[in-house]
Design a protein around this ligand. Structure first.
Ligand code: CDT
Length: 309
């Protein structure tokens, strides 16, 4: 028996602030159509796919940022993408800024959803590892205000049964944390979909674009291998509102190898056939958690700040 899913990493070029939501959605529809033409069952879009990466800009009145968030999902602007998915019988995963009102208070999350082949939302994830800072730093040439614009996700790391397998999601900075993969690995994940928006320069550290790309790949490949799962990492790339974002979207096999990747920094898909049964051997042997993990010796892992003696 095989469980082959043909997956498209649907990388997007920049989404500049001036671009209307509907124009962005129509670009995504172009990518989804391409993926469907290639026989894909599933396409994965980047983090905050519908807008510019607005946490790089400070708005003192948080409510003035409301237009960057989706109040409902789907909504009138993105409904055509959902309709296309249903018509072409292809699923997708999409990152977006979510605003919701609970108990009379507004909550904002950096979210990602999985939509099935009938155009229905099958799962949702809210980003846990928010990089950057919550305070505006006027002397800093580079703001990353994710902690200002978003709360830490409150849904944990769900793994759901979908597309014939065990499927989970995470978002951008989450990919740098082994806990992200292991939380899903312990639930038997076979496919992790993640979108990212990563500047090619880090002004706070002497890092070449090559080193930053290496680190991005390193953590995704290690996460795939150590949990015997496919990982699909998808970039929003190119020069967005004056900031250069890395591309390098890729599909990674449970053996840790990259099996498909994008070449440029614009709208582009990379496609691979992913047999979810390829996860089974690693889970049964080398990374048989039941047999080979030693949780009784990992006590301190829940300590927060390097305080283990
Ligand atoms: N979006 C996001 O999480 N980006 C971070 C950038 C950190 S920039 C120094 C990332 O980990 O890629």
């Amino acid at each position: 028996m095989t469980r082959v899913l043909r997956i498209a990493a649907a990388q997007m070029g920049p989404v500049n602030s001036a671009e209307p939501r509907r124009a962005t959605v129509s670009r995504m529809m172009g990518l989804l159509d391409q993926a469907a033409d290639d026989g894909c069952n599933l396409a994965v879009f980047p983090e905050l796919a519908l807008t510019t990466f607005f946490p790089r800009t400070y708005l003192a009145d948080l409510h003035k940022a409301d237009d960057f968030y989706e109040h409902d999902m789907p909504n009138a602007d993105v409904q055509p993408l959902f309709d296309l998915a249903r018509r072409r019988h292809i699923g997708f995963s999409l990152g977006y800024a979510e605003i919701t009102t609970e108990g009379g208070a507004k909550h904002r999350y950096n979210s990602q959803i999985l939509v099935d082949r009938d155009g229905l939302v099958a799962a949702k994830y809210r980003k846990v590892h928010l990089p950057g800072h919550a305070d505006y730093r006027p002397d800093d040439p580079f703001q990353n205000l994710e902690k200002y614009y978003f709360e830490v996700g409150d849904l944990g790391f769900p793994v759901v049964n979908a597309f014939d397998g065990q499927v989970g999601m995470c978002i951008c900075n989450d990919r740098r944390w082994p806990e992200t993969y292991r939380m899903m690995g312990l639930k038997g994940v076979e496919l992790i979909m993640l979108g990212y928006t990563t500047p090619i320069h880090n002004p706070r550290a002497e890092q070449s674009p090559e080193l930053r790309m290496f680190q991005s790949r390193l953590c995704m490949q290690a996460g795939a291998y150590q949990n015997s799962t496919f990982v699909v990492g998808v970039a929003k790339a190119g020069r967005e509102d004056g900031v250069d974002l890395m591309g390098g979207s890729c599909i990674i096999h449970p053996n840790g190898r990259v099996i498909a990747e994008t070449k440029g920094v614009d709208d582009e898909i990379a496609v691979a056939d992913c047999d979810l049964d390829d996860c089974l051997n690693g889970k049964a042997e080398e990374f048989n958690f039941e047999r080979n993990r030693r949780p009784e010796l990992y006590d301190g892992l829940l300590a927060s700040h390097g305080s283990i003696r």
